[in-house]
Design a protein around this ligand. Structure first.
Ligand code: ADP
Ligand code: MG
Length: 736
């Protein structure tokens, strides 16, 4: 956790100039500190503690609030108490073989108590005359003396005893330890170092700023007093808290500062992006808008129209739109994308939509071709399975501008020359890394970006990982949707479920059966699901269902290892209603849209994460008929599996699910390095500190709005910290 910031040189000071220098500075080594000694300093070095500044920033992992030791004259019958003292008498008496009693007297300045241990003669070896102990238990009065029978105790060496005495009742820091370094030694060390040098640490946040922060925190319901503590005060309070209040204020300062520095970096980046990048401005008359809207075979929802307005106005600007559209599965994000793409084309530019799977690329291609059937607009498809000559021809038409709209998978991003790319839509963003987006940024003109995700992003993640992105949300679902029912199958359900499927098929509906994943096929964001699929289980399920369970129905197989043409043929026939039951893998997880399919069977559901389960459910909530999802599990269900599945059964709102997922899995998973591209947080915890994060974000934005490159002299040190930690990653340059 320590954050040794590079300090100025360690040149030996001339004797005369040393007079006004403090004797111990931030770069004094522990070996050179009086009273530490070489051998101890060597042991501290194992924890990375070499200089005093290392010690200051070596934060405790926790704090203990030990009950203050009780005085002997304050003991109460049967009430738990803690005492510190020395053994002044001890005696082991054997009554008969195997029966013994060991008694000892412990004394301190407030009096003496007796300890008793029955049939534990070994206590005599530990609790000898003169030994110091901290003991706890519930005493009983025996005559005039308090007795502790079988108390808990801890032997203290002389230094611990002295220190325990001196710091009775204080809040104690708990440090991560290593072999050969004891807790009390670290406490002593940090205390000494704090006394010597805490005041020498430079403050990066000027007082007025700290007052404003405390005020903003208070308004958000987090009262830590009138001013955020100074860094010196903070370090002292973290290592030697004077009270719980000062400790909390100090923790708040550290958490806030870490989040604030990050948010300043993100705000600066938003600022530079808008200032530096150029995008083609697209002005779109109301007539053009109406003409585009008329092409959709349905009324748009209020949410769709609202987002379309925002998108249209941002695409008129001269710098790139960078907008994330999140909306639950089935909320109709594609409509927004298609609108934006047609707007780009209407303004004489090309637009592209990038998707994670070929199945989805072909589906979008089909949708676009249908909507644009009688128009001049030409749609191109670019995916891995094109033959070399098809690919060459498509690329040529893209470069010449003959093709206006390009639908593609990852293959799209390599070496493409556009005639005039005005808009890039990224569908199902969560399946990609952030890098793809960057690679498209070519030349002097950048396209506008519309990024879509069906996995709603928890607020805290949206504010960090997507901190430089603007956010829109589709909450409203298109009307006329059937409900979706979710069932967790219990034992013996299979036959009943197959029967249920038979009935739905008899009514004309279609069915998905998703086979469990095998082994660990965790997807890296840059690989299409097709590439990592293990098809043994889907083949097995297919054999069983097509031959044994539903020999009379049209059962077909779809998985990522199949040839692209075969995959496409199956998808087309499923969409046309020529297949009753599609046995498949998570290849259909994202985006696939067949409204007549209303039954989803998930086998081995315990192997799927919440987001995936919800995506799968999204496949059967697209039409007027009610949807039905049944989740089967295999093997032992772990408690976590059960909890996750229960949440899935009870919550159908994707946003609630995402927050629950975040709680269950913690931020680690979601904020994987690959995704975020940001250095990990060391102190703040995004699942715990969302409220602080919000304040930090608002204040950072305000500050950057007023002073875009943090030019004010009093912010120089804060700016330096922002650039040191984030400058390179976020390409902030020198901020000038
Ligand atoms: P997602 O947000 O999951 O990508 P889609 O864009 O695939 O959702 O839309 C799901 C289905 O809803 C599609 O069949 C689409 O045609 C339909 N749809 C979208 N918007 C509307 C609307 N306003 N009214 C009726 N149906 C709509
Ligand atoms: Mg979609």
């Amino acid at each position: 956790m320590s954050d040794p910031s590079p300090q100025s040189s360690e040149l030996p000071l001339a004797a005369d100039s040393a007079a006004d220098e403090p004797r111990v500075t931030l770069s004094t080594t522990l070996k050179a500190m009086p009273g530490i000694g070489w051998s101890r300093a060597d042991r501290f070095a194992r924890l990375g503690l070499r200089k005093t500044q290392d010690v200051l920033f070596f934060f405790p992992r926790d704090h203990q609030f030990p009950p203050p030791p009780t005085r002997v004259d304050e003991l109460r019958e049967g009430q738990p108490a803690t005492l510190i003292g020395r053994i002044t008498e001890c005696e082991l008496a054997s009554r008969s073989p195997g029966k013994s009693v060991f008694g000892a007297i412990v004394e301190n300045e407030s009096g003496a108590v007796r300890l008793l241990f029955f049939n534990q003669p070994f206590r005599a070896d530990q609790l000898k005359f003169g030994v110091a102990v901290r003991l706890s238990g519930a005493p009983k009065l025996a005559g005039l003396r308090w007795e502790f029978t079988h108390p808990k105790y801890e032997i203290l060496d002389d230094e611990e005893f002295a220190s325990a005495h001196e710091h009775q009742g204080e809040i104690l820091p708990v440090y991560p330890l290593t072999e050969g370094v004891k807790e009390y030694e670290l406490r002593q060390l940090t205390r000494t170092v704090c006394n010597e040098v805490a005041d020498q640490v430079k403050e990066v946040m000027p007082e007025p700023l700290r007052i404003a922060i405390a005020d903003a925190l208070k308004n958000a319901g987090m009262d830590i007093g009138d001013i955020l503590p100074s860094i010196s005060q903070t370090l002292r309070s973290i290592h030697c808290p004077a009270s719980e209040q000062t400790l909390n204020a100090a923790k708040m300062r550290l958490v806030f500062q870490e989040l604030f520095v990050m948010q300043l970096a993100l705000a600066m980046r938003r600022q530079t992006l808008t200032g530096r990048l150029r995008a083609p401005p697209m002005t779109c008359s109301p007539q053009i808008k109406q003409r585009i809207l008329r092409r959709f075979p349905f009324e748009l929802t209020g949410d769709q129209l609202r987002v379309i307005e925002t998108v249209a106005s941002e695409m008129q600007r001269q710098f790139p739109m960078n907008r994330l559209l999140q909306g639950d599965v089935g909320s109709g994000k594609t409509v927004v994308a298609i609108f934006a793409m047609m707007m780009a084309v209407a303004c004489g530019h090309q637009a592209t939509i990038m998707v994670p799977t070929e199945v989805l690329a072909r589906q979008h291609f089909r949708t676009l071709t249908t909507i644009l059937a009688d128009s001049q607009v030409k749609v191109g498809l670019l995916c891995g399975s094109l033959s070399a000559s098809q690919r060459r021809e498509t690329l040529r038409s893209i470069a010449s501008g003959e093709i206006n709209l390009i639908v593609g998978t990852q293959a799209l991003i390599f070496d493409i020359e556009f005639h005039s790319l005005g808009l890039c839509v990224i569908d199902e963003q969560h399946k990609f890394g952030v890098k793809q987006r960057v690679r498209l940024r070519l030349g002097g003109i950048d396209p506008h970006y519309l990024v879509m995700s069906a996995t709603p992003i928890p607020r805290s993640v949206a504010m960090t990982q997507f901190g430089d992105v603007d956010l829109s949300t589709l909450r409203e679902k298109p009307s006329g949707r059937g409900e979706v029912h979710t069932y967790l199958a219990s034992d013996g359900w299979k036959n009943r479920w197959w029967e249920f499927i038979r009935q739905r098929v008899a009514e004309g509906r279609q069915v998905y059966v998703v086979a469990p994943r095998v082994g660990d096929e965790s997807e890296t964001p840059e690989t299409a699901p097709e590439d990592v699929e293990d098809v043994t289980s889907v083949n097995r399920v297919y054999e069983q269902l097509s031959h044994e369970v539903f020999p009379e129905l049209r059962v077909e197989l779809l998985h990522g290892r199949m040839k692209p043409e075969a995959k496409q043929a199956v998808m087309d026939r499923f969409a046309e209603g020529e297949i009753d039951i599609l046995v498949t893998t998570t290849v259909i997880e994202v985006g696939v849209d067949v409204a007549n399919a209303t039954v989803m069977t998930i086998l081995g559901g315990n192997r799927f994460g919440l987001a995936q389960l919800h995506q799968l459910r999204g496949r059967v909530s697209r039409g007027v008929h009610a949807g039905h999802v049944c989740v089967f599990t295999d093997g032992e269900r772990s408690p976590e599996d059960s909890e996750r599945l229960k949440v899935f059964e009870q919550t159908s709102d994707g946003f609630e699910l995402a927050e629950a997922d975040f709680r269950l899995r913690g931020p680690g998973d979601l904020l994987g390095q690959k995704q975020s591209g940001l250095p990990p947080l060391r102190i703040a915890d995004l699942s715990r500190d969302v409220e602080v994060l919000k304040v930090a974000r608002e204040m950072a934005q305000e500050l950057i709005d007023e002073d875009p490159i943090m030019d004010a002299p009093e912010l120089a040190m804060l700016k330096e910290q922002v650039l040191r930690r984030y400058g390179e990653r976020l390409d902030l340059g020198d901020g000038a």
